[in-house]
Design a protein around this ligand. Structure first.
Ligand code: G3P
Ligand code: MG
Length: 272
């Protein structure tokens, strides 16, 4: 596999396996690697609507949050100052605004903003895509999405907005002007249905949906529909190699250089 046909690399939370995720230092680290095509970050609002980059609902440890900061609170119910002071994973890096993250991305590198939570009630993942009536979900996401897009309007590099939630994608689509990617969750079928509704640029499936017996079907079906396939979350070189073989367009990776080992040491022609 040569560099031209290798999947593009999207640095997951700024290479979360190698740097404190979703922070400015992580983004800077990711952008030091020439292979990085885009940096992926998770976007959520604070209590006053400031858009910050953080993955878990809570700053502290709960059933659904890992407790990766030294602060307490649900992000979208917590004052901005408290959120921005929270140190991530025992480092000096703090939770950043999306604005600060965008400012850290140099020319030539794009951003994949994952619309993680709008700061108000959302449906469970199981009921997040291929909605019978997307209008209420779109209305729930619209204020947060408007704030994100206002920041991106001043960012003159490549942007891709992704979400597990149709409401988020519908709100982006209604505003116009930005490509979207559907994070397909458990149902590829629902993901493809949703992708068609909003003329998505890509689907973002978990790697297990594009590995094994169905890998060619999913990738080929997406390609036939004009969709790129960027698989998450890739944390080993052999997973990256398998996904490259499956024909994915991008890997959303936790570490840099996962594609490099096989490029440097290709198998001999006899396959050994
Ligand atoms: O965008 C792909 C991936 O980031 C989605 O999962 O939980 O890591 O945000 P998560
Ligand atoms: Mg994410």
């Amino acid at each position: 596999m040569d560099a031209d046909s290798a999947p593009r690399v999207i640095a997951h939370r700024g290479f979360a396996g190698a740097a404190p995720e979703n922070t400015v230092p992580a983004v800077e680290y990711a952008c030091q690697h020439d292979e990085t095509d885009m940096v992926e970050v998770d976007a959520v609002p604070t209590a006053d609507g400031t858009v910050v980059c953080f993955h878990d609902p809570q700053l502290h440890e709960t059933d659904d949050s890992r407790g990766i900061t030294d602060a307490d609170g649900t992000v979208w119910e917590t004052a901005t100052d408290t959120v921005l002071d929270a140190r991530v994973l025992g480092t000096h890096a703090t939770v950043p605004t999306l604005d600060a993250v965008l400012a850290a991305i140099p020319e030539g590198v794009g951003v994949n903003v994952e619309l993680k939570h709008p700061g108000r009630a959302v449906a469970p993942f199981a009921d997040a895509l291929a909605l019978a009536d997307p209008t209420p979900a779109r209305e729930r996401w619209q204020p947060f999405v408007a704030d994100v897009l206002a920041l991106l309007d001043d960012f003159d590099r490549r942007v891709l907005l992704s979400s597990f939630y149709e409401g988020a994608l519908a709100a982006v689509d209604a505003a116009g002007g930005y490509p979207v990617a559907v994070i397909t969750g458990e149902s590829i079928t629902d993901g493809l249905t949703t992708a068609a509704r909003y003329d998505a640029a890509a689907i973002h499936p978990h790697w297990h949906h594009v590995s094994g017996a169905t890998e060619r079907t999913v990738v080929e079906t997406a390609h036939e529909r004009g969709l790129a396939v960027n698989a998450w979350t890739v944390d080993t070189w052999h997973r990256a190699a398998a996904l490259a073989d499956a024909g994915v367009d991008g890997v959303i990776a936790d570490y840099p250089e996962l594609g490099a080992w096989r490029d440097r040491h290709p198998a001999a022609d006899d396959g050994r």
